[in-house]
Design a protein around this ligand. Structure first.
Ligand code: ADP
Length: 441
């Protein structure tokens, strides 16, 4: 097409739209292309007096078709540059710029053809060329009418977009309000939950204070009762000894037997009272460990000596192994010896044949002292119960005892900063393990 007079601008515009429609650009894009074209055409007409306009349908390397329009100016562009009068023009197409083409400088614009458009085969292009060649360009008035219609459509579109935007805004506002409401509700719920948790903690504190108070009064009661009982029981033992003394009046055989019963019962009772007193003391926190660096070897040696007297059964051997040296840990020697004596005593009490063995070994940062026996063993479901006060496994009670030894031992081990643990199964003996930190509690 040639562009030489004002009238041609309309024709170029109209043709531009027709070509755009023919290659398959969407309606909006057709208008955009036509508008850009008429703007550039007017600029070139004013600047250099006209141009030749050539339309190309062009496949690009990305496989897409582009509608390209070259406007070849009839004279040289000022400074060889082209800047559209209206800056918005460049935004109407995909690309708009100046390219050097041999001696000529060409203003080139292009727009991508949508993939949905009909395929531009050579036959189709030939067909389009004929169709476009046949169509007669309308008058300036026709084009003005068309342009007006397009303007109205564009304005309409803008309005409907604005309305849509307004609706979207309202929706957004509503959503925001919803989110805020939800947020407020959540914060309230959180606050309430927090209040609940705080109340729960307060209750828990109160309950543990009550529990502590109850436990303290139990310990106090035990301590008082056992203390009060000790004097009369000791008196009974003393009187029994007097009665049985050879210097006293002789007793009949039956009387001597009964006095013997009284004395052994009183001794049992004194033992119980003493153990109760010990336990009460341990529970009420009145036992303060005396911390010192303790060498296990002399402690073990002493246990070996004192407990040999208790190992009266020839079928049971008491083995106190020599601790690996150096065997020093920070603890209370007296309390530790008491615990081990207790465990060894139990072992000797309940084991009918085999051995009772004390062994010390280093474990991580501390020591493990184990008392193993080949006795009857203890069912796993009783492992916790035997550490309860007065609990004795049914069937083992024929051995003398109070059921207070293990709870007391565990108390002492806890005071020493360690744990007392049992591994045992019926028929496979028992292993009591005292685990202690090397550096004290
Ligand atoms: P006591 O030995 O005075 O009965 P303890 O608290 O020392 O009380 O032990 C509680 C119970 O645990 C014992 O009565 C016994 O039934 C059981 N028990 C303790 N040590 C052993 C052991 N080495 N083998 C088997 N049973 C044991």
């Amino acid at each position: 097409m040639v562009l030489r007079v004002e009238q041609d601008i309309f024709v170029v515009r109209q043709r531009g739209r027709e070509v755009a429609a023919a290659v398959g650009l969407e309606h909006q894009d057709q208008v955009r292309m036509a508008t850009a074209l008429s703007e550039v055409a007017r600029d070139l007409l004013r600047a250099v007096g006209g141009a030749d306009v050539i339309f190309y349908a062009e496949p690009r390397p990305d496989g897409r078709w582009h509608l390209r329009v070259d406007l070849v100016p009839v004279g040289p562009l000022p400074d060889g540059r082209y800047v559209p009068q209206s800056g918005a023009v460049a935004r109407l197409v995909d690309s708009l710029g100046v390219v050097g083409l041999g001696r000529d400088t060409v203003v080139r614009m292009s727009r991508r053809v949508p993939v949905t458009a009909q395929a531009l085969t050579p036959e189709r292009l030939a067909e389009l060329r004929t169709e476009l060649g046949r169509s007669v360009p309308g008058s300036a008035l026709d084009e003005l009418t068309a342009q007006n219609q397009q303007l109205i459509a564009a304005l309409d579109e803008v309005r409907s977009q604005r309305d849509e935007l307004a609706v979207l805004n309202t929706e957004l506002e509503e959503t925001n309000r919803g989110v805020m409401a939800l947020y407020n509700q959540l914060s309230e719920e959180l606050e309430e939950t927090n209040r609940g948790v705080v109340a729960l903690y307060a209750e828990l504190d109160e309950k543990s204070a009550q529990l502590r108070a109850a436990s303290e009064s139990k310990s106090r009661f035990l301590a008082n009762v056992s203390h009060e009982l000790r004097a009369p029981v000791t008196a009974i033992i003393g009187l029994g000894r007097l009665l049985a003394d050879s210097a006293s009046d002789p007793l009949t055989e039956e009387q001597a037997r009964q006095v013997g019963l009284i004395r052994s019962s009183a001794a049992d009772l004194l033992n119980l009272v003493n153990e109760l007193l010990d336990l009460a003391k341990a529970e009420s926190g009145r036992i303060e460990p005396t911390w010192a660096d303790v060498d296990l070897r002399p402690v073990f040696g002493q246990l070996r000596g004192t407990l040999r007297a208790l190992a009266t059964r020839p079928e049971v051997e008491l083995v106190v192994e020599e601790p690996p040296s150096p065997a020093v840990l920070r603890t209370d020697e007296v309390l530790l010896a008491q615990v081990l004596r207790n465990l060894l005593h139990n072992g000797l009490k309940f084991t009918e044949r085999g051995e009772v063995r004390l062994r010390a070994s280093r474990r991580d940062e501390g020591w493990e002292l184990t008392v193993t026996d080949t006795g009857p063993g203890i069912a796993p479901d009783l492992h916790d119960r035997i550490f309860e006060e007065f609990y004795q496994v049914p069937g083992t009670t024929r051995a003398y005892g109070t059921g207070l030894g293990l709870p007391y031992a565990r108390r002492l081990v806890t005071l020493l900063g360690g744990t007392l643990h049992l591994d045992s199964e019926p028929g496979r003996g028992s292993t009591f393990t005292v685990a202690l930190p090397a550096s004290g509690a």
